[in-house]
Design a protein around this ligand. Structure first.
Ligand SMILES: O=P(O)(O)OC[C@H]1O[C@](O)(CO)[C@@H](O)[C@@H]1O
Ligand SMILES: [Fe+2]
Length: 203
């Protein structure tokens, strides 16, 4: 059987069958090294700047880590791995990923929750948004054009398995400066979705 295919751009790429291990509960892999995101890499992304600075100074905790396999950036390939968001809060805001649009905006993504509790917060450039629950066994579809951010509202790591087209790319766009239109915050011990003041001030 031939293992060659074309990436549609004139050059041939070759991938071979393979498998990878991810622990069902922790999401950690025996086969790969993860990429870790400490809090200091998320400057300006949490609403409470004082709480952010204090936590960075007091140890700069890892907020999340993920595995991203090295794949040819082709529309004919898929990229998959696990994402692990640790439990905690910055001020009233739960630990979360940076979140991103795909550089090729029209590409979707699927997430499957392996353990933990949280939300996938999604919004498109037109301002439509949706927060879907993550709990073990729940799959979430991120449609084309939707930015997506995983948020851990529980006491355990939030572990998800994701798959997306390998050429999709990451575009942080307005997210690094204004964030998402909504925040998920702790109100008296429960998670609530509230307006992000950075968006409501400017409309
Ligand atoms: O790009 P961000 O928002 O920091 O999040 C990274 C996560 O997103 C992914 O690209 C999957 O969409 C993974 O690599 C990782 O789990
Ligand atoms: Fe993505």
């Amino acid at each position: 059987m031939s293992m060659s295919n074309s990436n549609g751009n004139g050059s041939d790429i070759t991938t071979i069958p393979f498998s990878a291990h991810f622990d069902l509960l922790s999401g950690l892999s025996k086969d790969y090294a993860s990429t870790k995101r400490p809090l200091s890499r998320m400057a300006g992304m949490y609403e409470d700047a004082d709480a952010f600075s204090k936590q960075v100074a007091e140890g700069d905790p890892d907020i999340y880590e993920f595995y991203e396999l090295s794949m040819p950036e082709s529309p004919n390939e898929l990229l998959f791995g696990t994402s692990i968001v640790y439990p905690g809060k910055v001020g009233r805001e739960y630990y979360m990923t940076k979140g991103h649009f795909h550089t090729i905006l029209d590409t979707p993504e699927v997430y499957y929750c392996l353990s933990g509790r949280g939300y996938m917060l999604m919004e498109n450039p037109e301002g439509e948004w949706k927060a879907e629950r993550f709990e073990p066994g729940q799959a979430v579809y991120v449609p084309p054009r939707y930015a997506h951010r995983s948020i851990n509202v529980g006491d355990e790591p939030l572990v998800t398995f994701f798959v997306y087209r390998a050429d999709s790319g990451h575009d942080y766009g307005t997210i690094e400066t204004k964030g998402f239109r909504k925040l998920i915050v702790d109100v008296n011990g429960g998670a609530e979705i509230v307006d992000n003041p950075k968006w409501s001030q400017e409309g």
